[in-house]
Design a protein around this ligand. Structure first.
Ligand code: GLN
Length: 534
């Protein structure tokens, strides 16, 4: 077992514990350590694939095709590293494993219990990525708030681990809130004291407290927290509201959070270089110019439903020194509205991935407008399928063309299930998930952004561009810019006669990071800037 950094949360959910954990990962990596991260989700779903993005935020896809919580995406964006299924643990998965072993008779007549069997399984899953990747430090974020019933087995497993490994191999960081009481104009420490008390009752004494607040913490308040929670005042870390989460690593470094962690872990303190991160963060806060992008989707009320996409725009924007203002447009609503008032003012439009029939006609209608008015268009997954449907209907004249997902009886199934996929579904799998290779045509627009022929991108879909229609559509001006290596599956389409109309069957947003923005997002934003200035 290597070194463990455990991040728990108290007082309230939604404190930005994930951002703190990801920042710790980045800071330790920047100090020269090999770092991995893990998210513990105390819900009973085996993975996040079945959860509603409206309530729970986006489903993130790892290279090996695991449908995870959006926090894994944040870790990747901060760490600038690919994570896998092993980096996510849910209660559902833990119990699933234990119960399967019980049914297989592997417990040899024992009574199977939460302690030790469930906690043993949790400890096994916590060790897994460290053993596999050879990481020196693993940062583990425990989802939820201390005191929740669901989180207890996980905290108990961490408590046991603490007893099993040397004291300098594990550090506990507790993230809490210091609410501001306006009547007395004071940051209150009592909720933090109570939540630390709760944590101690479980047998865990935090080493460091990260206190979320909206103003500087006075020395007296830090002293009070230190006294009541039995830690030195230097170990109370201020975590102030920031204009962008990407500023958090810098702010927490200023507070010496990384140094406190390394001291506790008895690790040498190597020098750090975050200059590029800092420069990009400054551009996020004060970009030289701005563009307006429309996002036509199913969810318009929760920004987290498309967080990898909105973050990919932040990354590409930082690269180009441009701020991106995103207008969320409801596809369903657009079915009934005129396009001009909604779209004419935008510098570009993106249609993201999605499932089900709702809002499809609105998306198709929007794409017609963008195609005809030469407004930059970026289609992702379902956004590509809608572009194919639109082109087939309105350019090629295939009336009623559709995806068999939405109209099984369509006369022109331009998007359809492929033989291969039907087999996958018969085997109990449902989707083409995870990273696949694609090959670009070197005379395509996309090639000029990727600057290489072989790419790897993440997928999450069932349906594909139907090869039976490929020739007819390409003859009419749709370029197939990339396919699977065997040439069978269409991965990218472009319109020849349009300033920027690129649509992809995969999800480029899952690969975008602040330090490595995705080439297609950069290309699209560039096109939007050109449109704006024309
Ligand atoms: N619903 C489509 C499919 O299953 C698109 C999926 C997506 O956009 N992620 O193929």
């Amino acid at each position: 077992m290597r070194k463990l950094v455990c991040v728990t949360g108290g007082v309230l959910s939604g404190l930005g514990k994930g951002v703190v954990a990801a920042s710790i990962g980045l800071l330790l990596k920047s100090r020269g350590y090999r770092v991995t991260m893990q998210k513990i989700d105390p819900y009973l779903n085996v993975d996040a694939g079945t959860m509603n993005p409206r309530e729970h935020g986006e489903v993130f896809i790892t290279i090996d095709g695991k449908e995870t919580d959006l926090d894994i995406g944040r870790y990747e964006r901060f760490l600038n590293e690919d994570l896998t299924a092993d980096n996510s643990i849910t209660t559902g998965q833990v119990y699933w494993n234990v119960i399967r072993r019980e049914r297989n008779g592997e417990f040899l007549g024992q009574t199977v219990q939460i302690i030790p069997h469930v906690t043993d399984e949790i400890k096994r899953l916590i060790r897994r990525p460290v053993e596999k990747d050879g990481a020196e430090i693993s940062v583990i974020e425990v989802g939820g708030t201390v005191g929740d019933i669901e989180g207890l087995p996980f905290l108990e497993a961490l408590r046991q681990l603490k007893e099993e490994i040397p004291r300098e191999d594990i550090v506990f960081i507790h993230v809490t809130l210091l609410p501001l009481l306006t009547s007395s104009d004071e940051l209150k420490t009592k909720p933090t004291q109570h939540s630390v008390k709760e944590l101690r009752a479980i047998g865990i004494q935090p080493d460091i407290i990260v206190a979320r607040c909206n103003r500087p913490i006075p020395r007296t308040a830090k002293a009070k927290i230190a006294l009541f929670c039995s830690i030195p005042p230097t170990h109370v870390i201020e975590d102030r509201d920031l204009p962008t989460p990407y500023g958090a690593p810098l702010a927490l470094m200023e507070e010496k959070l990384d140094l406190r962690i390394l001291e506790k872990l008895a690790l040498p303190i190597e020098s750090v270089n975050l200059e590029r991160w800092k420069a990009l963060t400054e551009r996020i806060i004060k970009p030289a110019q701005r563009v307006k992008i429309g996002l036509v989707g199913k969810y318009t009320e929760n920004g987290d439903s498309y967080i990898s996409i909105t973050d990919a725009f932040i990354h590409a924007g930082a690269e180009l020194n441009v701020g991106v203002d995103i207008t969320f447009l409801s596809a369903e609503q657009m079915q009934h509205d005129g396009m001009d008032p909604l779209l004419h003012d935008l510098d570009g439009v993106l249609v993201p991935g999605g499932f089900g029939e709702r809002g499809i006609e609105g998306k198709v209608k929007a794409i017609t407008y963008l195609r005809e008015n030469k407004i930059p268009y970026f289609g992702i997954c379902l956004g590509m399928q809608c572009a194919v449907i639109e082109f087939a209907r309105n350019v090629v004249g295939l009336d009623g063309a559709n995806s068999t997902e939405f109209d099984p009886a369509t006369p022109y199934p331009v998007i359809d299930l492929m033989e291969e996929q039907t087999q996958v579904m018969q085997k109990g799998g449902t989707m083409r998930l995870g990273e696949y290779e694609a090959v670009l045509r070197d005379d395509s627009k996309s090639f000029t952004y990727y600057r290489c022929r072989h790419i790897r991108e993440r997928h999450r879909h069932r349906f594909e561009f139907n090869p039976a229609f490929r020739e007819e559509l390409t003859r009419a001006g749709m370029r197939v810019a990339a396919t699977s290596p065997d040439g069978q599956l269409v991965e990218i389409i472009e319109l020849v006669d349009h300033p920027w109309f690129v649509a992809v069957q995969f999800h480029p947003e899952f690969r975008s990071r602040l330090l490595a923005p995705h080439p297609l997002f950069v290309g699209f934003l560039n096109a939007c800037l050109t449109k704006k200035s024309s």
